[in-house]
Design a protein around this ligand. Sequence first.
Ligand code: G6P
Length: 463
Amino acid sequence: MPPRHDGQSFIVMANRLPVDRCRDSWHTAPGGLVSALAPIVKAESGAWIGWPGTCDETIEPFSADGMHLFPIPLSCAEHRQYYEGFSNSVLWPLYHDLIVAPQYRRDWWRTYEAVNARFAQAAIETAAYGATIWIHDYQLQLVPRMIRSQRRDVRIGFFNHIPFPPVGLVGQLPWREAVLDGLLGADVIGFQRESDVRNFRDASQRFLGIDPDRVSNVIDAYPISVDVDAIREAAESDSVARLSRQIRHDLGSPEVLMLGIDRLDYTKGIPQRLRAFEELLEDGVLAPETTMLTQVAVPSREGIGAYQDLRDEVERLVGRINGRFGTLERGVVQYFHQSYSFEATIASYLAADVLLVTSLRDGMNLVAKEFVTARQERGGALVLSEFAGAADELDRAVIVNPHDISGLKNGIREAAKLTGDDAHDQMAAMAGTVEDHDVHQWAQSFLNDLQNPVNAGLPFLKI
Ligand code: G6P
């Protein structure tokens, strides 16, 4: 297909469009990726290709908020097979260390291929000559090669937001060669952690026989971050400060308020966290009269059985803990199966003393970075799993192994006691780390390597 002269010169591709529909109008969706990329797409008058979030509906390209949006339709069967099936019941569990067992269904794979081809075709048709195309995440791993096979003129970047698993796990995937080759269609392939880069290089060598030192692709770690200015602005605002005081007061002004905020996902280690909290109450280390845990579980992927099972387990544990340690006046765990606005989330970071991030595996975990950014000089403590990408940078947190319940208990106990200058210094240091590497810097460094290949490394072989 010949490149169009009137095409788009900067294109972002992600499973979802950056807007949500509310009745007849579209609004910018919340979330880190959108806040990082939407300003760039707008400044470049660029385009975003993604699924609009509904099934069996064809929506013509439209503009919203200064972005050209190209909706990719999915039938309900494709949503089941490509999104709930291959993306979230095969790749998601496989890339998160098999916390649940992937179901390697061939019909799901065929639909994944077909939907990836539909995304790729949209980019092939809309990209201007020499355009920059930035593809995001595990739902679209075949797209780089599919575009490259028809458009040699464009620059293609791929960023994987979730972990890339060790070679022994990748090896299980019946379509491992196709996935690796799909990714290698990109000029720049970005991961969150150095360990993800190593895993990808090992897998390319093992399954494709490629020497990763002799390819022209740039394969590197670009740890994603948060919008520091937006978080600080909210944290400094009167309305958020008022709301945070209100939250704490309404909870009965506990001496120690712990907080967990996660998508309700089995990767987040919520049952492990609840069990550790329960045992600390049982042991008398934490006092139910003065300690409270607020757990926000944002509804996610509710059509998938493993997510329904997790919800049942979490709600059973919360009920059990409150049944054992609550009083008529109040429970010790406040549980919310809801999502909250950005302002309410920042207010809850300010209201809490301790944030519990106990992921069993997590690409980055932006909640941890948001928390330290919001708190800055306000002290408090972060309990952070070593299995979250954020642990590479936030090494002044209380680092825990969430599989080790005794170790997790020690970490929570240590965090609950962290007060005074030590806590302030650690929080301020972590806030400084995030400030030096915010989300805009993340996007710029990826795009620099993508758009200035000479800076990023010298080409050897074009594969
Ligand atoms: C993770 C993934 C994203 C995904 C998000 C929400 O952060 O890396 O690609 O969009 O979860 O999940 P959902 O399935 O609702 O898009």
